[in-house]
Design a binder for this molecule. Structure first.
Ligand code: NAD
Length: 289
């Protein structure tokens, strides 16, 4: 029997739906859990349209799309993740919410060596690990947005994580999932966000202070540094609430001003202007589907 065949994904937002799609397209049996029937329906629609787009663009045969869909089930009951070999939590970037989920998963998941992973961007993995009775089997498996497309996955052991758990997670990521794992320390921001978030915040501060306009900031980095997306478009793609939460976690841990979320970002989040996913951020977008 393969080590990991049944995967649970908690949260079916931007990341959870992408992670579920990656796992199902790789042949894994996937069960997705959400809070409410409404959130589940929203996530399911997102997942279906992403698989549909992949088939339309010829990246996936219709047969493979249907097979992937057939491997995904949905629930609003975390208890239905009991038989999973691996659960990847991808809910809002809020330590209390994540901690409660890890406590419930610890109670319900029956396989003694099941892996409990978080897709968190900046919350200390050790805090989630010690909320369970199996801290050796908890770690971070951090996908990038969109998970279906981006090849990088950061694998983050907590101080308590067993090397065997890390090895199994890396084997899954580089094997069946076909991604490129890098190992990062359990330090707020890991590798990529530790570099990316201060850059995004600097762009928002530049806009806020009138240093340059939105389009000029993005064009500057797209045309001057060959970045595929400028920093404000990147922030919109990530989700401004997620950018703000990651920045707050990094600032709380590292106490350096460059990680402090600028007021403009916080005001946009308060206004519900969360970027692409809400239909408005630094740029306007089609309403979310
Ligand atoms: N957005 C990105 O670019 C990105 C990239 C890598 C990692 N992450 C991380 O992934 C996680 C999810 O981010 P996202 O962008 O998908 O957020 P999102 O807001 O799109 O989705 C979060 C989902 O979690 C669900 N949820 C909330 N509480 C829940 C609960 N108790 N049980 C089940 N579902 C619950 C919500 O209904 C929502 O659908 C965060 O930890 C974030 O830091 C985000």
């Amino acid at each position: 029997m393969a080590d990991i065949e049944r995967v649970g994904v908690v949260g079916c937002g931007l990341m959870g739906s992408g992670i579920a799609e990656v796992c199902a397209r790789s042949g894994l049996d996937v069960r997705v859990a959400e809070t409410t029937g409404e959130a589940l329906e929203f996530g399911r629609t997102r997942l279906l349209s992403s698989l549909g787009r992949a088939a339309e663009r010829g990246r996936l045969s219709e047969e493979d799309r249907d097979a992937a869909l057939g491997r995904i089930t949905f629930t609003t009951d975390l208890g239905e993740l009991a038989d999973r070999d691996l659960v990847i939590e991808a809910v809002v970037e809020n330590e209390q919410v994540k901690t409660e989920i890890f406590q419930v998963l610890d109670q319900v998941v029956t396989r003694p060596d099941a892996i409990l992973a978080s897709n968190t961007s900046a919350i200390p993995l050790v805090n989630l690990a010690v909320a369970t009775s199996r801290p050796a089997q908890v770690l971070g498996i951090h996908f990038f947005n969109p998970a279906q497309v981006q090849r990088l996955v950061e694998v983050i052991p907590a101080l308590t994580t067993a090397e065997e758990t890390v090895r199994r997670a890396e084997a899954l990521v580089s094997g069946l999932l076909g991604k490129h794992p890098i190992r990062a320390q359990d330090r707020s921001g890991f590798v990529v966000n530790a570099l990316l978030i201060p850059y995004l915040l600097a762009a928002i501060r530049m806009l806020e202070s009138g240093g340059a306009g939105r389009d000029d900031i993005d064009s500057g980095m797209e045309l001057g540094c060959a970045h595929p997306l400028g920093p404000l478009k990147t922030a919109d793609l990530i989700g401004l609430d997620t950018v703000a939460s990651i920045a707050e976690s990094m600032f709380a841990e590292l106490k350096e001003p460059l990680y402090a979320p600028p007021p403009l970002l916080l005001r946009m989040v308060a206004a519900g202007h969360l970027g692409r996913k809400s239909g408005a951020g630094f740029y306007p977008y089609d309403p979310p589907r």
